[in-house]
Design a protein around this ligand. Structure first.
Ligand SMILES: Cc1cc2nc3c(=O)[nH]c(=O)nc-3n(C[C@H](O)[C@H](O)[C@H](O)COP(=O)(O)O)c2cc1C
Length: 376
């Protein structure tokens, strides 16, 4: 179940778009068995009528088809303890041990089920609604993969025109804009599939056509860069977030980093231009009118077919960590979940700035602001 409050009334909900987003999260070379079982579809339970939002909270349900296979192992009622499937030895890198200690569980079954990135499907469902709102303001949010393991194009600023076609593909491999690099990424995944290992990588979310002025520097928790970093970091397995060329920038002199300013009256939202976009569209915690670029760095998946060392919860004896059906590489899928988090964050900021109980009102306020920028 996913819940979303605050969307204005009158926004058309395109069911096929929402389901396509859910489908995109399920794709990518290196996914495990579960994604073959689930074909996600959004069921709207409240807040949408006659195909449009009505301003009230929206509830969306996604069915877990895999539940059919778990009714006896993980029943709602007490059930038969002999049929329970324990996660007997915590997996290093997963939430198993920390979660069992925290909630005082004798093993990690409940931890595994809730810590799982299956939860990110719910984020993608409501993220799709945020995207539909942003589209009404001309803003698009998509992602692409810039690294899988050691194979990367992290140094290249991939233009929007190369990112957008990736989202329309009906067969998703690794969502890299460079076909040759993608082929090498696939080889890396093939290798870990053979050896029982796993991989991480880097995705980049790009928000296109964002006007200057979302977020603010006036309070630390209202900075858009901070909100985006928290939103992307909150995704399972993301261990670092980068805005623009933030990581490299730390090692370079200012002259090589900051994006020089020019002016051409017809350009962009306000006529001000930039020579490049190392800032990733954000200065002072405020969008500056360039594409917003946020990267999520994923650690390798922690469930290994050739497991690492662990300890049995019951006996405390050394054993290999538990293995359960798992993905080995999820970078494209994490990118789609990252899009959802960025879209939800931008939609919140946009609604804070432009307000509106109906979409008509929001768009009128937005148009007024665009006019103000043009006349600046
Ligand atoms: C889309 C996606 C799918 C994932 N699938 C798996 C998986 O199949 N097996 C696994 O061990 N971890 C998987 N993870 C990562 C774990 O959920 C994550 O490492 C774990 O919950 C611990 O949280 P942390 O890595 O943020 O500390 C996935 C992550 C994402 C974003």
């Amino acid at each position: 179940m996913a819940f979303l409050s605050g969307l204005p009334a009158g926004l058309t909900i395109d069911q096929s778009f929402v389901d396509r987003e859910l489908w995109r999260r399920q794709q990518g070379f290196g996914r495990g068995g579960r994604m073959k079982i689930e074909t996600d579809k959004a069921h709207f339970l409240s807040g949408v009528h006659h195909g449009k939002t009505i301003g009230s909270p929206i509830a969306v349900m996604l069915e877990n088809r895999d539940w059919q296979n778990w009714k006896e192992a993980l029943p709602v009622e007490a059930g038969d303890p002999d049929k329970h499937k324990r996660v007997a030895s915590p997996r290093p890198g997963h939430a198993d041990l920390a979660g069992a200690l925290k909630y005082d569980f004798t093993e990690a079954r409940y931890v595994l089920e809730r810590a799982s990135a299956r939860e990110s499907a719910a984020r993608v469902a409501i993220g799709a609604l945020a995207k539909l709102l942003l589209r009404e303001l001309g803003i698009e949010v998509l992602s692409h993969v810039v690294a899988v393991g050691a194979t990367s194009i992290v140094d290249r600023e991939v233009p929007w025109g190369e990112i957008e076609p990736l989202s329309r593909k009906d067969e998703v491999l690794l969502s890299c804009a460079d076909a040759e690099v993608e082929r090498r990424m696939k080889e890396e995944v093939d290798k870990v599939l053979r050896t029982g290992d796993s991989l991480g990588g880097v995705f980049e979310v790009v928000a296109h056509n964002v006007p200057p002025g979302l977020g603010t520097y006036v309070q630390w928790d209202e900075r858009l860069d901070a909100m985006l970093a928290a939103a992307v970091m909150s995704l399972q397995a993301v261990k670092a977030v980068e805005i623009g060329s933030g990581v490299h920038a730390a090692y370079a002199p200012g002259s090589a980093v900051h994006d020089e300013i020019g002016y051409k009256s017809e350009a962009g939202f306000s006529g001000f231009t930039r020579t490049r976009n190392n800032a990733g569209g954000l200065e002072g915690g405020v969008s500056n009118g360039q594409d917003i670029r946020v990267r999520g760095y994923l650690k390798p998946i922690s469930t290994l077919r050739r497991p690492l060392q662990s300890v049995d919860f019951a006996t405390r004896e050394p054993v290999k960590a538990a293995y359960e059906r798992s993905d080995v590489c999820v970078v494209p899928a994490a990118g789609v979940a990252g899009e959802a988090m960025v879209a939800l964050t931008l939609a919140r900021c946009a609604l804070e700035k432009f307000g509106g109980d109906s979409l008509k009102e929001t768009k009128r306020n937005f148009a007024g602001y665009l006019e103000q920028l043009k006349k600046f």
